[in-house]
Each structure stands twice: as structure tokens, then as C-alpha cells.
Design a protein around this ligand. Structure first.
Ligand SMILES: [Zn+2]
Length: 736
């Protein structure tokens, strides 16, 4: 459910909806230009001796030749041939088909079944009852040119986990419905108490909109896609162009995933068949008020009927109407009723056993369920994943055997709220914390720039991977393309070109795709990768996200799809084949210092420059020293080759320690008001739903001016960083 990424920092899906705020800009490497046209694979691969790196690069080159665009295209066509939301017949058919493919490729595969709470619509109504009457269509029309757009079995337009209800009230336009918008309304003297709010998509995870509306006293919420954001204002609409047509609707979950994702009725434990499920009235992350998504075609009559003050300029969309705030005179009748049912969910899990350290698991995943046909979201990622598995099958025939075990996961039920990955992680939590060394995720991908987000201990590794592969169009490295794209985004006319040893920052992960339980609940080093362009996805979560759309606008030549398979092939193989896990800590420690500086700025801005953060400053400095000492010891031991001459058993022990450094950053008690989120450095925003909040415990407390909580959370982060530094000191002794 990833939405588009801004500025190449993956803001995955679901959560972080379009137009999320731009992350901290990249740091630009300084130094001399390097010929982009002739990338020299760096033979000093982190984690490999020179000889082993040489062998690895030979296998990687063999891998690179295997993915075929035409085959990925055929797989996409098959998997997106019919609507396949969680619990639908074709979703199950796809699970079986993926299982069969894994087995055909020579992987040891099985299905894991869960029973999860997934509401589907029973009754939906949006009707204006005054001053005129208008009944919203709530239906996306089929389009003649698009052969799958008129299929039966499409899930109607709705927001899963909405409250059920039947309400009638005056309407208020609340722009994006984020906290700043309510503050502005309050200044203008407009109150939404007892009203129905009309919010546009964007600038927040969609579940934040009804949550905030309810907190401000509203009794219903309607969310529409304004053409300014992903419709005709951006360009031609589907089928002439890629953008959202008049009756296109963005479905989506409004579960309060910032509290916890997964099956809402089994928080913290797996929804295995027979497991205990909470009754509906004990679940805390469902919306309290009815909410429905509508098209801009359906929104226009409502907006036209609003009176009251004219909306501020930045609130105005691209519909042919003067935007007013209300309240009224438009009055709206809104009904939502859902079937609240447990449905079967099928995760498909496949394995390639490791030959040296079978107990170390490199895990790769992408979901396969969609809101409707979902060619881009998620089949673009899933088709790449299967192509990777196919290529590994071929390499196994040629004699390749990974040192570590590789586990491929096709997740079901991601769209409603990361159900398949979360239930699997919760079911196997202890084993995963013991054995998993990394998790690599993808979701929607298409023509564009390689976006990378994840654990900063994998930042160096991600840079190495992006440097090893060429953009299929420009033939520059994916890394260089990223540098140039960031420069364009910052409107710089000239960028010093690489490489003087600095790494490009990768984005931190909030939520919105299946990495969340691995990283934020279990503390497993994680990367999320995919190709994005800067345009919004006008077909996002609609019936038009299908094979026709993708083959016309997503990646018609399947060259970026093929490249995605090569990116993951390289990344997974390197992680699985490395003699020592290629985790690196200098980038992580730098990032911690950067977040620390941001918090100082925040405290000053909040008018509390006296909030010293001195303990955090000290912990950040200790982390930098620990990272520098470890990396010095690593370079010394690796440079002379002594490290790689250690016994497999000794290296295995070192790896086990390396893989668990991320877990030192977990606070077992979790974040305030949301114990499921245990990572002290990365979490989705609780109050705003904006992408990621780094060092969320302190940052959110400072934002709320809750200084007692900020001080308490500072101690938690300091303790986590101290645990982390102590582990690193211990590991340093092992590499020497
Ligand atoms: Zn997705």
C-alpha cells in the first residue's frame, strides 16, 4: 500500500500518504567526479575477503543476466488478472500459484494460514439532503480501453475499519484534515463539533483524518481525492494519461496503525487458526466515526453547496468552484455498515537453506493482496520477487549455495493494515529475533529513481548496492541517479559528484508497508527499496491500478522491473553470501547525532531552550566513539584478511552479535500509549500520521510540550544507545 515517495525517500504505502513532507535533504558527497559510465564494481565489498568478493561478483553477474522483463510482465498479467483483495477467491488462487512457482523454481515452500478480522462493506451512502439533493455515485465506471476495469468481484469503494454509523449533519471543509488545519479553522472561528468533515487525501496517513475529526467532535468524515493532488491538475487523466479520472476513488484502510498494525483483534499475538480474538468493543485501533472515500466527481456538488468563509489560498484545490469552509448550508447524510468477519489469510513462505550458517536468515518480502487488481500496488514488487526466486533456482542448478538461509515471503493482507507480515512476525517473534539477520522489503515500484529507506546500520551496504548497478536508461549508476535527483529536488544547478567516501543518507522508515513489524516491533535490520518517480499515482488504490495502466504508464518496457529484480538479487545474495554481515555503524552513529541536533532545534522552537538533552548528547557521543572503534577494528582485521581466516563458528558468533545490535535499540515497554512499537529510533507519527518520527519518544513529547514525558523518554533512548554501544564494544573484541 505504499503511496508515492517524495524525494526518493520511501514513504511506504499505506501509511504515508502522498505528499508527505519531504525528509531531511540528502547530504551531498563532496569530491571529484567519477566516471558514471564506467562503474567499477568495488572489489572491497564489505563483509568479504578480496577472494570471496571476486567469487561473489562472478555470481552476481550471473544473477544479473537471468531476470527477464517479458517474464515479469507475464507474471504481472497473471497475478493482476482479476480483483484479488484479502479473502477473495482470486487472492487464494494467487497464493496457490505463488506457492507452485516457488516450488517449481526449486525452493522449499509452504503456506501459513491465519484467520484475521477484515470488514467489507455492507451499506454505503453519501447523500446531500440540503440545500439541494445529490446522491454520490460511490462507483468507479469501467473504461472501454481498459479490459479489466469492468470485472465483477471488485471491492466497492470504502475505507476498511471505518466506524459503522448513520449520521446527518452540516458539512465543513477541513483541507487535508491534519492538526495544522484544525488550528487554522479554530482561528477562523469554525468548529466541527457535531458536523461531518470533508477532507482531501494527502499530507497524512488517511486514518489520521477520521481520528482527528472525531477528536474535534465531528460525527462523520468524507475523504476525497482533489484533482490538484493526483487528478487533471497534474496531467491527463486515465486512460489518456496516468492521473485520476473524475470518478476514480482511493480505497484504503483507516485502521489506526500508528497504535499497532496487523489483525486489530490480536494485538501482539498471531492470528493462528484457533487463536483468541478480542471482541470488537475491546479493540482500540478502529475508527470511532463513519468514514467513506469519494471521487472528485462526487465531491464537486458538495463543495459547490458549501457557504461560509472562502477557504485560505493553500486550501483550494483544482475543482471549478470557489472553495468555502462551511459549515453548511450543505447537509449530508452518511451511512457506513460493514460485515465484520474473520477471513482466511495465506502467507506463502519459501526457503533456500544456507550451507554454512543455516540458522542465520536473510528475509525478503512483498505483499500480493491488492485493493482491486493492483498491478502497481503490489504486483510490481511481487512479480520482481518471483523473478528473483526464479533466478536463484537457476543459480542453485549452477552450483551456487548461499552461506546463510534465504527466506522469501509473499504476504497476504497487507492493504488492510500489514496483516500477513505482522501476524507472521508475531507468531514467530522469538525465532525471528534469534535467527533473522535482515529483512528486505518492496511494494509498489515503477519507472524512476531507486528510493532506499531503512536501518542506518545498512546505509553503507545500501550505498554499495546502488553503486553496483546501472540505471537502464541513462547507464549511470543508480547511486548517481539518486544524487542527481536530490539535486534537482533542491533546485541546485550543479552538484559535486561523488565519491569521497561519504554515503548518501537513506530515509528512515515510518510505516506503510510490511517492514514495520520486522523493524519496529522486532528490531531486525531492515531495508525498503523500490523505483519511484515524483509524480503522484493517479490510479492508486482504484480499479484502474491494473495491467493496462501499468503497461502504459508504470513501466511499459519492464526495464525498471527487471532492474528491481537485479537490485534485490544483489542485495539478498550479498547479505546471504558475506563472510561477515555487512552492517556498518559509523553512518548509524552520524544519524543519531543528526537526530539529536534536530531535537535541540525543536526544543528551542517550542520555547524550551532550557530542555538540555545533555544526557542524549553524551549518549550520541558515546555511540559515535563506539562505532568508530568498532569500524577501526573491523577495517584492521578485514584489511589484512585475518578476520576472514577465523573459523566459521567464530564468524557465526560475530554475526549473531551483529544481527542483534538493532535489538539493543528496542525499549521492551514500547512507546508511550503504543507498546507494540518498541524501536526507540524509528516509528510512524502518533499524533500527525506524517511519515516517520525519529527518536519518536522524545520528539513527539517535545512537539506536545510534554516535558516530563520528554525527559522520561530521553532516559529510555539513552539507555538503548548505551546498550547498543556496549554490544558494539563487545563485538569489537571479537573482530580483533
Ligand atoms: Zn502495497
Amino acid at each position: 500500500m505504499r503511496t508515492r515517495i517524495l524525494l526518493l525517500v520511501p514513504v511506504c504505502l499505506l501509511l504515508l500518504a502522498a505528499q508527505a513532507p519531504v525528509q531531511a535533504p540528502a547530504r551531498f558527497p563532496r569530491g571529484a567526479a567519477r566516471s558514471a559510465a564506467t562503474p567499477r564494481p568495488d572489489r572491497n565489498l564489505r563483509g568479504f575477503s578480496l577472494t570471496a568478493a571476486h567469487r561473489e561478483l562472478i555470481w552476481e553477474r550471473r544473477f544479473d543476466r537471468l531476470p527477464q522483463g517479458a517474464h515479469i510482465r507475464a507474471v504481472m498479467q497473471h497475478l493482476s488478472a482479476y480483483p484479488h483483495h484479502l479473502g477473495s477467491p482470486y487472492d487464494y488462487q494467487n497464493a496457490l500459484w505463488i506457492l507452485h512457482k516457488f516450488q517449481q523454481y526449486g525452493l522449499d515452500a509452504h503456506i501459513e494460514k491465519f484467520m484475521v478480522l477484515f470488514p467489507t462493506p455492507k451499506q454505503r451512502l453519501v447523500e446531500m439532503v440540503a440545500p439541494k439533493t445529490y446522491k454520490a455515485k460511490l462507483k468507479e465506471p469501467s473504461i472501454a480501453a481498459d479490459p479489466t476495469s469492468g470485472q465483477s468481484g471488485q471491492l466497492p469503494t470504502y475505507n476498511a475499519y471505518s466506524g459503522d454509523g448513520d449520521v446527518t449533519a452540516s458539512l465543513v471543509y477541513v483541507n487535508y484534515g491534519v492538526p495544522a488545519d484544525y488550528a487554522r479553522l479554530a482561528k477562523l472561528g469554525i468548529n466541527v463539533q457535531g458536523k461531518i468533515v470533508l477532507a482531501r487525501y494527502g499530507h497524512s496517513w488517511r486514518g489520521i483524518k477520521p481520528k482527528l475529526a472525531h477528536q474535534h467532535g465531528a460525527i462523520g468524515c468524507i475523504i476525497y481525492s482533489d484533482p490538484r493532488d493526483d487528478g487533471y491538475f497534474q496531467g491527463d487523466v486515465f486512460p489518456k494519461g496516468p492521473f485520476r479520472p473524475w470518478q476514480g476513488v482511493q480505497r484504503g484502510s483507516v485502521m489506526e496503525m500508528e497504535k499497532y498494525p496487523g489483525d486489530p483483534s490480536t494485538p501482539g499475538w498471531g492470528s493462528t487458526p484457533g487463536a483468541r480474538h478480542l471482541p470488537l468493543n475491546q479493540i482500540t485501533n478502529l475508527e470511532k466515526i463513519p468514514v467513506l472515500p469519494i471521487s472528485y466527481g462526487d465531491a464537486l456538488p458538495l463543495l459547490r453547496a458549501l457557504g461560509g468563509p472562502v477557504a485560505p489560498p493553500s486550501w483550494r484545490g483544482a475543482l471549478p468552484v470557489t472553495y468555502h469552509l462551511g459549515p453548511g448550508p450543505a447537509r449530508v447524510h452518511l451511512i457506513v455498515r460493514q460485515h465484520w468477519q474473520l477471513v482466511p489469510l495465506y502467507d506463502v513462505i519459501a526457503k533456500i537453506p544456507g550451507r554454512v550458517w543455516p540458522g542465520q536468515w536473510v528475509i525478503r518480502g512483498n505483499h500480493f493482496d491488492a485493493w482491486v487488481n493492483g498491478a502497481a500496488d503490489p504486483i510490481s514488487g511481487q512479480a520482481s520477487l518471483l523473478e528473483e526466486a526464479k533466478a536463484y533456482g537457476q543459480l542453485l542448478h549452477q552450483g551456487w549455495r548461499p552461506r546463510r538461509t534465504i527466506i522469501y515471503c509473499a504476504w497476504d493482507g497487507e492493504e488492510p493494515g500489514l496483516l500477513g507480515s505482522t501476524e507472521w512476525c508475531e507468531t514467530h517473534a522469538a525465532a525471528l529475533q534469534q535467527h533473522a539477520v535482515a529483512y528486505l522489503n518492496s511494494d509498489t515500484s515503477m519507472r524512476g529513481i531507486l528510493g532506499i529507506g531503512g536501518s542506518h546500520s545498512l546505509e553503507r551496504f545500501a550505498n554499495e548496492v546502488a553503486t553496483a548497478l546501472l540505471d537502464p536508461h541513462s547507464r549511470e549508476t543508480l547511486w548517481q541517479m539518486q544524487v542527481e535527483a536530490r539535486a534537482r529536488a533542491l533546485r541546485k544547478t550543479h552538484v559535486a559528484r561523488p565519491l569521497d567516501g561519504h554515503d548518501l543518507h537513506i530515509g528512515a522508515l515510518g510505516s506503510g508497508s510490511d517492514y514495520s513489524p520486522f523493524l519496529q516491533h522486532l528490531g531486525i535490520p531492515t531495508l525498503d527499496l523500490g523505483f519511484y518517480n515524483r509524480q503522484p499515482f493517479g490510479q492508486y488504490h482504484s480499479i484502474y491500478d491494473d495491467f493496462y495502466w501499468y503497461t502504459h504508464f508504470g513501466d511499459p518496457g519492464f526495464r525498471y522491473e527487471r532492474k528491481l529484480a537485479q537490485v534485490f538479487g544483489t542485495a539478498v545474495m550479498r547479505l546471504a553470501d558475506a563472510q561477515v554481515l555487512p552492517l556498518e555503524y559509523g553512518d548509524f552513529a552520524d544519524t543519531i547525532s543528526r537526530y539529536d541536533r534536530q531535537l535541540h532545534t525543536l526544543a528551542r522552537r517550542q520555547g524550551n531552550a532550557g530542555f538540555s538533552l545533555s544526557e542524549l548528547d553524551l549518549a550520541a557521543a558515546r555511540a559515535r566513539r563506539a562505532a568508530a572503534a568498532y569500524d577501526r577494528a573491523y577495517r584492521r582485521a578485514a584489511g589484512g584478511g585475518a578476520l576472514f581466516r577465523q573459523s566459521s563458528a567464530a564468524l557465526g558468533r560475530l554475526d549473531a552479535g551483529l544481527a542483534k545490535t538493532e535489538q539493543a535499540l528496542l525499549n521492551p515497554a514500547g512507546l508511550p500509549r503504543r507498546p507494540w512499537y518498541r524501536h526507540t529510533i524509528y516509528a510512524p507519527g502518533y499524533y500527525t500520521g506524517y511519515g516517520v518520527k525519529t527518536m519518536p519518544g522524545i520528539r513527539e513529547a517535545l512537539e506536545q510540550k510534554n516535558y516530563a514525558e520528554a525527559a522520561f523518554q530521553e532516559r529510555k533512548i539513552v539507555a538503548a544507545l548505551n546498550r547498543w554501544a556496549a554490544r558494539l564494544a563487545h563485538l569489537r573484541a571479537e573482530v580483533q
